[in-house]
Design a binder for this molecule. Structure first.
Ligand SMILES: N[C@@H](CCC(=O)N[C@@H](CS)C(=O)NCC(=O)O)C(=O)O
Length: 206
């Protein structure tokens, strides 16, 4: 397997799942800041020009965080990355969906790419501030969803934690935000896992 990733991007969530699974994989860095994702070499892998993209051993490619994570969990049952209990599964999915569709795609997207939301550079700071307020409100939602649980789906790690982790990483480590208590505890718990620590170290983020 080969993971196309960018250090510190959402692909860190897939990277940490690969570390948790423990099978061999190759990492291929895509330098978003240099526009490598827009070049033909990467577009041939993922025409959407986004990381993460996972190339399987048969050469086929999976894109979209949730699809990659689900495929990894289903094809590596020994790693126990999907809860069997319907309630745990549903609540975990709820957290992953909110982390990606709302925190990433609305809140952090405004902070990282204000030009997508405003025509004039003079408005970029306003867009960034809107994104930050959205992220702060979003972490309160996630904080409530984590109440009484160590991980997104309950007592043990699942694919859902990988998505929650990368938005917590962006909030705490990239944007200097103070995470609410349950998110802060979850973030610390994740960083203490050897697999997560390896993924962070490999990406130069430790
Ligand atoms: N829906 C995609 C979104 C992935 C995504 O937005 N990746 C970002 C990095 S965190 C990216 O590649 N951005 C490049 C761009 O938008 O130009 C997924 O869930 O995998």
């Amino acid at each position: 397997m080969k993971l196309f990733y960018t250090p510190g991007a959402c692909s860190i969530g897939i990277h940490l799942l690969l570390e948790e699974i423990g099978k061999p994989f190759e990492l291929i860095a895509v330098k978003l800041a240099e526009g490598a994702h827009l070049q033909p070499a990467f577009k041939a892998v993922n025409p959407k020009s986004k990381v993460p993209a996972l190339v399987r051993d048969d050469g086929s490619v999976i894109t979209e965080f949730q699809a990659i994570a689900l495929w990894l969990a289903l094809t590596n049952p020994a790693a126990n990355l999907l809860p069997a209990d319907p309630e745990a599964l549903t609540r975990g999915l709820e957290i992953m969906e909110y982390s990606i569709a709302t925190q990433h795609m609305h809140a952090f997207s405004r902070m990282f790419n204000p030009r997508k939301y405003a025509q004039h550079e003079a408005d970029y700071d306003t867009v960034r501030a809107q994104g930050r307020a959205m992220a702060e409100a979003g972490f309160e939602v996630l904080n409530a969803a984590l109440a009484g649980k160590d991980y997104a789906a309950g007592a043990s790690l699942s694919i859902f934690d990988a998505a929650l982790f990368y938005v917590e990483f962006w909030g705490a480590s990239r944007m200097g935000m103070t995470l609410p208590a349950n998110c802060a505890a979850h973030f610390a718990r994740m960083k203490a896992r050897p697999a997560v620590a390896r993924a962070l170290a490999t990406e130069g983020l430790a």
